[in-house]
Every structure is written in structure tokens, then in C-alpha cells.
Design a protein around this ligand. Structure first.
Ligand code: PXG
Length: 468
């Protein structure tokens, strides 16, 4: 069998990588100097690098390896499918077994009324589908001017032209003349850094009302949809105040605006329910899915759409599709992944056992002197690092400096955690055990302690302008 094994010295691999491989979201020159971490294998919640370091992966890869690494059932499902039908498309009135089975499963697991799936190979592609889909939906209903999509600042919806436009990341918009036309961004429900003197409840409502203001500004007849992650992930695991989503739902219901819940991170158990929309009581018309759908073992994403939208869209040819929409191997692997999630009651365990256990430990990290706030829902959490928690103050030094220091100490402690600015975030595999949660918390505490000492030693313990 042709398996690519590591038999080379790490520096050699790093040099070859730097010579020919362009990494996503990476400063290539800096990486070429430092050398990439070469990951060679993984099992459960641990990944191992070419120097033999075994690290607890508190990010589940990129928020996706929900059932953990190393499940042979998924490899076998791919092998079986490749031997039976490695590829066929579902254009031109064809279909195949894996996609029939997967669509049926998704319709059963999704909230009531969402029973139809259009497939892609990623979350970005699925969100591109959504842009065309909602505009075509309104055109078919005789309202071709309903084209604008409202999103939020600091949202992440992908890297394609459409996905990055829906996203609210300024650094992404600056490259490639984005956003594309008719996409606008409103306030995000980030009380910690944007709530000023308001209580979280007041700010939640204030941020939600920005949608109503946008509707009045652009006109109900111009707005096709509102898109949002139930809980913002890549933006820093921003958990909205409790008052936010009920108000958002009311606004979407009162005006004729489709609600797209981007479940790429929140879906498939991450928040303790199958979908984040269920945890946050959201009733979407469309859900974007990817990542946990196959636990990252195969690239697959899609849009789960309501009966109403499916009926309207189905009245004419929808001139949209990717070569790998409904890929049979990806669909077979996703089916097997969903079988494991269901049969092993992994989502229930997150809701009733590991989620509550991690929550109590995680929230106690809020008492650490380096931590301003500790937030967590299910198995996605964040720590806002701050030199003055009462004032909710950021550090005076450039945003992200302290986050990078903390992240480096996490790596030194064999813990993979992300830093988004000065927020530390986690999203571990959903199969993490109680003992592994203890290890995660231990390593986090050690990393915070050393990071705190280093921040003080470097003279960085100084507050910038308060967020209050
Ligand atoms: N929507 C959401 C909510 C996401 O988090 C996408 C769409 C795009 O999915 P694809 O499969 O096209 O990547 C995502 C992806 C990070 C990071 O640094 C997050 C994502 C992707 C890459 C990096 O946190 N989320």
C-alpha cells in the first residue's frame, strides 16, 4: 500500500514544504524561517508530530474532528465505496445510494421543516450556494430586488469570494476587493469588547436591533436574508447574551427575511444538540453544514433547506452545482460518521456529561489573574485575556501579542489551542473523556501561569482603553 510515511528528518521535510507549498492564512516568509510543524499521525484527541511530540488537540483539527481521530470504520466506509462507485455525479437526473441515505439521515436529524439538502465540498462553497439560492428564491417569488444579505462584523463564513464577503473579517475584505455587491454587515453581539456600559442583556437587545435598523435603511423589499453563526466561532467563540437570539428571531419573522444559520462549527453536536440552532432556539430557513458532518475525514458540506424554499427553487432549473456535489465517497463517510455519533450517543454525552463537566472547570479559569471572562457552550469555549477584568480592558500592547505568548506556552505544554487576538479558544473532539478534560484544564492552567509571568516580566501588564 502506498502510505506516505515519515522517514525523513524534520528539517528536511520543512525545507521541502517551504519550497513548494503555500499555506492558508500564513505569512509564508515567517513560516519558511521557523519551519512548519509536521503532523504525522493522530488517535482519539491526540496528534503526534514528526519529532514524536504527542499533543492534546483542543481544536479538533479546525473545529471538525468531532468523533476523534483514528476511527477505522470511516476508513473502511471510504474503501468500500471507492471499490463500488468511487465517483458519480447527481447532475442530469442521476443519483446513488450514499447520497440517498445521507440526505434521509440529515432530514431526520435537522429541525422540523428542514428536509432538503444541496451538497458542496466545504462550508465556503455551501455559503456560495446560499447566496445564489436565496436570490433565486426571491426572484421566483416575483421579487428580484430582494437581493441584499445582512451579515455581521467579525463573522466567518468562508474564504471563497462569496464566503469571505458574507464574513465580516476586515483583513479578508482588504484583499481582493470584497465584499461583493449587496452584502452588508451589522454589529456583532460581543458584549465583552463592544458592550460599553450596557449590561449583557441590554447589549444583546441593542445588537439585535441593528438588524431592524438595517431593514429600515435598505428597505424590506431589498433584503433577501440574514446569515449568522449561532455562536461565532473563528471570531473568538463569542457567546451572545441571552436576549440576542429571541430578538433576532422576532425581527426575521416580522419582516420577510430568510434566516440562514451557519452551522459549520455549531452543527453535529458541538453545542450539546445536533445543531446550534436547537441550543439557541433559532428557527432557520437554511442551515449551512460542513466540518463535523464527516468529522473532517472527507471534504463535504452543504445547505439544508426548508420545504418551502425547496418547493419554490424546484419550480425551475437551478443552474448551480459542483463536480463534487454529492460525492459518493464523501457521502458514505459522512453516513458512517453520523451512525457513530448516533449509536454511541456522543451528542447526548456532550449535553449531559462532558459539556457540564468542562463548563464547571472552564468557568473557574475565569478566576485566573490573566483571564477576564471565560465563556463556554457545549464543547466550544473562550477565555478573554485581560489586564483589568473589571474594566474589561484590553492590553495596551498591540492586540494579539499576549494571545500569541499564551498560545506558545500551550504548545510548550503539548496543548493545541488557538488564539484569536487575545482570546484563547477551544473546540476539542466530542469524544473527549473526563480524564482528558482534566488534562486539558491542567495544561491550560499551567500555560496561563507561565504566560502571566512572561507578560509581567516583559512589562506588558498594562491596560489600554477600557471597553466599558
Ligand atoms: N462557516 C463557518 C461558520 C466556518 O467556521 C466556514 C463557513 C467555511 O468552511 P470551509 O469548509 O470552506 O473552510 C467556516 C470555516 C479558524 C478557521 O481559523 C475557521 C474555519 C476555517 C478555517 C480556519 O478558526 N471555519
Amino acid at each position: 500500500m502506498n502510505i506516505i510515511k515519515n522517514t525523513f528528518p524534520t528539517e528536511d521535510l520543512q525545507r521541502r514544504d517551504a519550497a513548494h507549498h503555500i499555506h492558508p492564512f500564513t505569512d509564508q516568509a515567517e513560516l519558511a524561517q521557523k519551519g512548519a510543524r509536521v503532523v504525522t499521525n493522530a488517535e482519539g484527541v491526540f496528534v503526534t508530530d514528526s519529532d514524536g511530540h504527542k499533543m492534546l488537540d483542543a481544536m479538533a483539527g479546525l473545529w471538525c474532528v468531532n468523533i476523534g481521530y483514528g476511527r477505522p470504520e470511516l476508513a473502511e466506509a471510504a474503501f468500500r465505496q471507492m471499490n463500488t462507485l468511487p465517483y458519480y455525479n447527481t447532475f442530469f437526473q442521476s443519483t446513488h445510494m450514499p447520497v440517498i441515505e445521507l440526505s434521509e439521515k440529515l432530514a431526520r436529524l435537522a429541525p422540523d421543516g428542514l428536509n432538503h439538502v444541496f451538497y458542496a465540498s466545504s462550508g465556503s462553497e455551501a455559503n456560495d450556494t446560499n447566496i445564489r439560492l436565496v436570490r433565486q428564491y426571491w426572484a421566483l417569488k416575483g421579487k428580484p430586488d430582494k437581493k441584499i444579505i445582512i451579515s455581521r462584523k467579525n463573522a466567518y463564513h468562508g474564504s471563497t469570494m462569496g464566503g469571505a464577503s458574507l464574513g465580516g473579517m476586515q483583513s479578508m475584505h482588504e484583499q481582493g476587493s470584497l465584499p461583493i455587491a449587496d452584502i452588508h454587515h451589522i454589529e456583532q453581539p460581543d458584549w465583552w469588547s463592544r458592550g460599553g456600559d450596557m449590561t449583557p442583556a441590554e447589549f444583546g437587545k441593542f445588537a439585535a436591533l441593528k438588524l431592524e435598523e438595517a431593514i429600515h435603511q435598505y428597505g424590506e423589499d431589498s433584503i433577501a436574508a440574514f446569515i449568522a453563526e449561532p455562536i461565532q466561532g473563528a471570531g473568538g467563540v463569542i457567546v451572545p447574551p441571552d436576549t440576542y437570539w429571541p430578538e433576532m428571531q422576532r425581527i426575521c419573522d416580522s419582516y420577510e427575511i430568510l434566516l440562514i444559520a451557519d452551522e459549520v462549527i455549531c452543527g453535529f453536536g458541538r453545542t450539546g444538540n445536533w445543531f446550534g440552532s436547537q441550543t439557541l432556539n433559532i428557527r432557520p430557513d437554511i442551515m449551512t453544514i460542513a466540518k463535523g458532518l464527516s468529522s473532517g475525514y472527507q471534504p463535504i458540506g452543504g445547505s439544508i433547506i426548508s420545504d418551502e424554499i425547496a418547493q419554490v427553487i424546484g419550480s425551475e432549473e437551478f443552474t448551480h452545482g459542483y463536480t463534487y456535489s454529492s460525492h459518493p465517497v464523501a457521502a458514505a463517510v459522512a453516513c458512517e460518521n453520523l451512525r457513530i455519533l448516533e449509536e454511541e450517543a456522543i451528542v447526548d454525552t456532550v449535553r449531559n456529561v462532558t459539556g457540564p463537566y468542562l463548563k464547571s472547570k472552564w468557568e473557574s479559569l475565569g478566576d485566573h489573574p490573566l483571564v477576564g471572562e471565560a465563556k463556554i457552550v457545549g464543547l466550544m469555549g473562550s477565555l478573554a485575556l485581560s489586564p483589568n477584568k473589571k474594566a474589561r480592558a484590553p492590553f495596551k500592547v498591540k492586540e494579539g501579542t499576549v494571545g500569541v505568548i499564551c498560545r506558545q506556552h500551550c504548545f510548550n505544554n503539548h496543548l493545541i489551542m488557538r488564539a484569536v487576538g487575545d482570546r484563547m479558544i477551544i473546540s476539542p473532539p466530542l469524544i473527549i473523556s473526563i480524564d482528558e478534560i482534566d488534562l486539558l484544564i491542567d495544561r491550560t492552567l499551567n500555560s496561563l501561569d507561565v504566560a502571566y509571568a512572561e507578560v509581567k516580566n516583559q512589562g506588558l501588564w498594562e491596560a489600554g482603553a477600557s471597553h466599558k
